[in-house]
Write a protein that binds this ligand. Structure first.
Ligand SMILES: Cc1cc2nc3c(=O)[nH]c(=O)nc-3n(C[C@H](O)[C@H](O)[C@H](O)COP(=O)(O)O)c2cc1C
Length: 355
């Protein structure tokens, strides 16, 4: 968030950002541990994973786990996913009441389990339902509360799908939503094939005075800067590129200022790794922290000169002692880090990009 005399890159409601990047919602990853480790390294805005409205509304453990912001973690968006206007509205109130600065609606998620109802990216096929949710959520919150919507560019590649996208976005502006986030893949595409940045550019051209977040295929700081330059989006949503790479925000900001960037040194990596485990352990307890953070360690290892060896050790971590032992063995002596192999970040989704 900016001081008075600094350049403002983007706004969401009353929140102003001095650098045009944010950390994405990422199921299984973007908990408070991932968010604060990134914020301490220059990330101005971050989003929770998609939280099921019903889990929030039913209370109990689901609610307690989801409601997890602290003083360091602002501005933060709580993202909700669900099928029914009334439960989405109630979930939005709970997040707002718990201190989330922004409520983001997920109309983007392509994952569909048999038991799933019409939620996430399915909204792009069901405009009346999407619009009813937009209205119910807005009506349930005080006017000043910031709200945003995450969408994919369509359900599929049909012209009707694009029309539905625009109908939902128009409705969002009509109800007073403060920003939209657009992932340039369709729902049916899941993670296969490229994100269409030309679509993001057209969206920004169509609504030049609105805040648009752009998403898809941002794996490096260079990609983040390039997306903004090529599409004009106000904020670049950094997703897979931020997993195990909390430095990407500062790197991208440096590139914008025309400065050179270097990979994090081994001691910078060690500091982030130690912090990440400590933060996760405070939230989840040791055993669950180990399960969650070791997949981060795998991604962090990309910056190590002996990435393969370090990765195979992170895979086996089940405790804090194991984690510390890997840091002791591989990160004790400082040295230059390396840049990851191209495309290493998209291993998170096992699908292949086609181009
Ligand atoms: C493992 C994983 C989990 C995700 N979880 C969420 C989520 O909870 N909410 C959301 O809005 N998007 C989620 N996404 C989508 C990303 O935020 C992002 O839009 C997408 O990965 C495209 O960006 P990228 O190609 O730069 O990774 C997820 C993506 C991945 C790979």
């Amino acid at each position: 968030v900016t001081g008075d005399n600094r350049r403002v890159s983007a706004r969401i409601g009353t929140f102003a950002f001095d650098r045009p990047f944010c950390q994405a919602g990422l199921a299984g990853y973007s908990d408070r541990a991932m968010r604060v480790v990134a914020r301490r390294r220059g990330c101005p805005y971050a989003v929770t994973e998609a939280l099921y409205d019903i889990l929030l509304v039913n209370g109990g453990a689901g609610l307690r786990q989801a409601i997890d912001v602290n003083d360091e973690d602002h501005p933060v968006a709580g993202q909700i996913i669900g099928a029914e206007p009334a439960t989405m509205a109630r979930a939005a109130q709970l997040l707002h009441g718990a201190g989330y600065d922004v409520v983001d609606l997920n109309f983007a998620c392509p994952v569909r389990k048999v038991s799933d109802m019409a939620r996430g990216g399915i909204m792009l096929q069901d405009v009346p339902r999407a619009v009813a949710i937009l209205k119910a959520v807005r009506d349930a919150l005080p006017p000043a509360a910031a709200t945003t919507v995450s969408l994919r560019r369509g359900f599929d590649d049909s012209g009707e799908s694009e029309e539905r996208f625009h109908a939902i976005v128009e409705a969002a502006w009509g109800y007073g939503y403060h920003a939209i986030r657009v992932h340039g893949r369709t729902v049916t595409q899941k993670y296969v094939g490229r994100s269409r940045w030309d679509f993001l550019k057209r969206v920004k051209e169509r609504w030049p005075d609105r805040t648009i977040l752009g998403s898809g295929d941002v794996f490096t700081a260079e990609d983040a800067v390039r997306m903004q330059a090529e599409t004009g989006v106000d904020l670049v949503w950094i997703a897979r590129g931020a997993i195990g790479n909390p430095w990407i925000f500062d790197q991208a900001a440096r590139l914008l200022r025309g400065e050179a960037i270097a990979p994090p040194t081994l001691h910078e990596q060690r500091a982030a790794l130690a912090e990440h485990f400590a933060e996760a352990m405070a939230i989840h307890g040791e055993a669950l922290a180990a399960r969650r953070v070791r997949k981060m360690g795998i991604k962090y290892s990309r910056f190590h000169p002996e990435a393969a060896a370090v990765k195979s050790e992170f895979i086996q971590v089940v405790s804090l002692a194991d984690w510390r032992a890997v840091l002791e063995r591989h990160y004790a002596a400082d040295a230059r880090g390396v840049w990851p192999a191209p495309d290493a970040a998209d291993e998170v989704t096992s699908s292949r990009r086609s181009a």
